[in-house]
Design a protein around this ligand. Sequence first.
Ligand SMILES: [Zn+2]
Length: 136
Amino acid sequence: MTGVPHLIVTQDNEFWFTAAKQGRLEIQRCADCQTLRHPPSPACPSCRSFAWDTVQSNRRGRLHSWTVIHHPKDPAFDYPLAVGLLDLAEGIRIVADIAGVDHERLEIGMELEVGFAEHAHGEMLPQLRLPSGGAA
Ligand SMILES: [Zn+2]
C-alpha cells in the first residue's frame, strides 16, 4: 500500500508488536504495584515505577463504545470503518477497528474478542471480532 506509514516501534512498545505478530495480546504490568496499562508506556501511571513485565490477555471483552468513520480516510483502512473501545476482562481498554460485524448490529456491552489483521508492510494490528468458539 502506498502512502501508509510504517508503525513507530520503540523500546517501550516493541514487545507488544512482537507478541501481536505471534497472535498474542500482551498487557504491560507494573512489576512493583501490579497495575496493568495499555497502550505501552515507559512508566507506571500509578506508582511511577519503570519496572514492568507482561501478562497475556485472553482477548475477550465487552464493547464500551464505538463509532463509524467515513472521513477522513487513512489509506491503511477500508471505509466506512467501525472503530471500537473494548473493555478487556483483565480490566484495561483497547481501541481497534471492528471487522465482520454489521454496523447496525453493534451494541454497547456486546462481547467481542481481539484478533489480529495484517496491514501494510506486513505489520499486525489488533482487530475486534465476534468471539470464536464457545463462551469465554
Ligand atoms: Zn506501579
